[in-house]
Ligand binder design. Structure first.
Ligand code: NAD
Length: 316
């Protein structure tokens, strides 16, 4: 049954797509997954198709060409990058989203995955243990586009019965790829610098606590949600998802246990205001109850994993 599925990943060259692709290939086979992005990587990954997802005709043609049954839509302009050109970020995030939802409706896709973010929350949401149903008044164009996206997902589900599923990812930490312009990128950058034997200047204050999650947990959550029976999915906007929470100072101390000579300074820039508007921790009770979500990685486990893998990459 599962072998009949054909998956299209949009934005496959990004931080999450790079790690998600091999996981999906394990499940659906190498030929069962089509990677797509604006440009091919060198060497190309998997079966690759160039796609600008702002182009609806090209997207629908690709879905028909490969008899796609499910789409993972990962293309987006992220929080920090989006602030450089807000209208362009809005245009790309909304146009690609609506093209995917329209394709799902017109071409009867079985399932669609569209990630959201903790950036949907703003000043009005409680910052600790932020609940699923908090008031959403985001401070970035990225957050505004994700709130709109969540509501469009619910609309397409209710009006057209599109089986669209979504998670509000925290800041994602992985060794497989580099982050693409978010506010939580500092964590991955700090690990890379420590392993390279260099010092690091963090753009957030040392006491800024943010929700974070290890890539393995992100991939498992995504696949568990997509494999859950449809009648178990009670949230059709986007599920709160928790991994762990920590501050830059706590990450620094953790890294110093393994690299005692590593030095980190703290010089906040415009990203501090974005981080200050976000939750410190997330209440993901709905995800736990509906499809059994439980994270596996805390800060010290993430550090061990990141340092081990990045050190191997450096030697390799
Ligand atoms: P990324 O920026 O690393 O990758 C996005 C990819 O989309 C890039 O490879 C880019 O080339 C591609 N892309 C951009 N415009 C495109 C277009 N018009 N057509 C096709 N491809 C296009 O992002 P990521 O970190 O991998 O994030 C994936 C998804 O997860 C996004 O929706 C993002 O909002 C969400 N998310 C990520 C994080 C995180 O910490 N990485 C946290 C919360 C939510």
């Amino acid at each position: 049954m599962m072998n009949k599925e054909k998956i299209l990943v949009i934005g496959a060259n990004g931080q999450i797509g790079t790690a998600l692709l091999p996981k999906l290939q394990e499940i659906y086979g190498e030929d069962g997954v089509i990677a797509s992005d604006l440009q091919a990587t060198n060497p190309p990954k998997s079966v690759f198709e160039t796609l600008d997802a702002t182009q609806p005709t090209a997207l629908q043609a690709l879905i028909k060409k490969h008899n796609i049954t499910q789409v993972y839509h990962l293309a987006a302009v992220l929080s920090a990058k989006g602030e450089a050109n807000p209208l362009q970020a809005w245009e790309i995030n909304m146009q690609t989203l609506l093209n995917v939802l329209e394709a799902a409706r017109n071409l009867n896709l079985k399932k669609v995955f569209i990630p959201s973010s903790i950036a949907v929350f703003g000043e009005s949401a409680p910052h600790q243990f932020t609940p699923q149903q908090a008031y959403l008044d985001p401070t970035t164009v990225y957050g505004i586009s994700k709130v709109a996206a969540e509501n469009w997902c619910l609309y397409y589900h209710k009006r057209y019965q599109v089986d669209v599923r979504s998670l509000r990812y925290p800041g994602v930490i992985g060794y497989q790829s580099l982050p693409g312009g978010g506010t939580t990128d500092y964590a991955v950058e700090m690990y890379h610098k420590a392993v390279a034997g260099e010092n690091y200047t963090c753009y957030l204050q040392e006491n800024t606590r943010l929700p974070m999650i290890y890539m393995e947990d992100v991939l498992r959550a995504t696949i568990e949600l997509m494999e859950a029976p449809a009648d178990q999915i009670s949230v059709r906007t986007s599920y709160n998802l928790a991994g762990t929470s920590f501050t830059p100072a706590e990450l620094y101390e953790n890294i110093k246990l393994l690299f005692p000579d590593f030095q980190c300074g703290f010089v906040p820039d415009f990203r501090q205001a974005i981080a200050d508007s976000w939750p410190e921790s997330i209440d993901d009770t709905s995800a736990q109850k509906d499809w059994g979500w439980k994270p596996k990685f805390d800060l010290s486990q993430i550090t061990t994993e990141m340092i081990t893998h990045l050190s191997k990459q450096l030697i390799g």
